[in-house]
Design a binder for this molecule. Structure first.
Ligand code: ATP
Length: 256
C-alpha cells in the first residue's frame, strides 16, 4: 500500500484534487504500431495520491500502453480521460499541458548537459519562463542531491542518480499523473529501493502514479491497484491488493 493513505486535499498543479479521486481513466484501450496491434481492451484507473502498477513480462505491452497514454503512439480504440476530459485526440505536448508526464524506460537524461540544463529540457513544453523556473526549483527542492549537483554533468552521476534526474525532469511540468516505465531497470537492489521510495513520496504528495514494472516484489507492495497484462491483454486486476497479491500475480505470470 502506498504511503498516501490519509484523506484530504492535494494540489499537484493548480487544481485541487482529493486523494483517491480518479485522475486518469482508461477504458478498453487498443494501441500498437501501424497495423500491428500490441494492446487490446485494457482498462485501468489512476487516482490522485495513489499508485497503479502495470505488470507483465517482456513484450506484454506495458511500454506500448504508456506511449499511447502519453500521446506518442496513436490510440486505436477505447477512451482515455483525464479528470473527466477526453484526451485521446490530444497531441503529446497537449497531454503534458493537461497534466500527464512520462518517464521513459532507460534513464534518458542528456549525459553532456548539467543537472540543471536537463531540468530545463524537462520544462521545454512550459511556455511561461516563471512557471518553468518554479517547476525546476520545486524539483530541486524535492531532491536535495540534484540541488547539490545542479552544475554537474548528468553523465558523471550514478545510474540511480540519473534515474532520479529522469523523474525530476518529468516533474518540472508539475504533472497530475506520472507514467513511469520500469524505473528500477538496470539498478542495483539498494538503489532500486531509493527510486521506489521516490515514487512513493510522489504519490504521498498527491500525484497519481502509473508504474510499469517487471519486478513483482518491488512493485506490488507499494501498489494501490495492480493490473497484469500478457500478450497485450489484461489477465488479472485488483483494486485491493493484499498480502497474497504478489503470489497470485507470480502464479498468473508463470501459467500464461
Ligand atoms: P518490455 O518489458 O520488454 O519493454 P513491454 O511489456 O513494455 O516489454 P512492449 O514494448 O509494449 O512490451 O511491446 C509489446 C509488443 O509490441 C511486443 O510484441 C513488441 O514486439 C511489439 N513492439 C514494440 N515496439 C514495436 C515497434 N516499434 N514496432 C512494432 N512492434 C513493436
Amino acid at each position: 500500500m502506498s504511503a498516501a493513505r490519509s484523506s484530504g486535499v492535494v494540489d499537484p498543479t493548480s487544481t485541487p484534487v482529493a486523494v483517491g479521486e480518479p485522475l486518469l481513466e482508461v477504458s478498453n484501450l487498443a494501441a500498437g504500431y501501424g497495423d500491428i496491434r500490441a494492446v487490446w481492451d485494457l482498462s485501468l484507473t489512476v487516482e490522485a495520491g495513489r499508485i497503479t502498477v502495470l505488470l507483465g513480462r517482456n513484450g506484454a505491452g506495458k511500454t506500448t500502453t504508456l506511449l499511447a497514454l502519453a500521446g506518442m503512439l496513436p490510440i486505436q480504440g477505447g477512451s482515455v480521460q483525464l479528470l473527466g476530459r477526453d484526451i485521446a485526440g490530444m497531441s503529446a505536448q497537449q497531454r503534458v499541458r493537461a497534466g500527464i508526464a512520462l518517464v521513459p524506460e532507460g534513464k534518458r537524461v542528456f549525459h553532456r548537459l548539467s543537472v540543471y540544463d536537463n531540468l530545463m529540457v524537462g520544462g521545454v513544453t512550459v511556455h511561461s519562463r516563471t512557471a518553468r523556473k518554479k517547476g525546476i526549483e520545486e524539483a530541486l527542492d524535492r531532491f536535495p542531491l540534484l540541488a547539490q549537483y545542479r552544475n554537474k554533468r548528468a553523465g558523471e552521476m550514478s545510474g540511480g542518480q540519473q534515474q532520479i534526474l529522469a523523474i525530476a525532469q518529468a516533474l518540472v511540468v508539475r504533472p497530475k499523473v506520472l507514467l513511469l516505465d520500469e524505473p528500477s531497470a538496470g539498478l542495483a537492489p539498494k538503489i532500486m529501493d531509493d527510486v521506489i521510495a521516490v515514487v512513493q513520496a510522489l504519490a504521498a504528495a498527491g500525484t497519481g502514479v502509473l508504474l510499469v514494472e517487471q519486478v513483482i516484489d518491488i512493485a506490488v507492495p507499494i501498489a494501490d491497484r495492480v493490473t497484469l497484462i500478457e500478450g497485450g491483454r489484461e489477465i488479472y486486476s485488483t483494486a485491493t491488493p493484499g498480502e497474497d497479491t504478489a503470489a497470485v500475480v507470480t502464479q498468473h505470470m508463470s501459467h500464461s
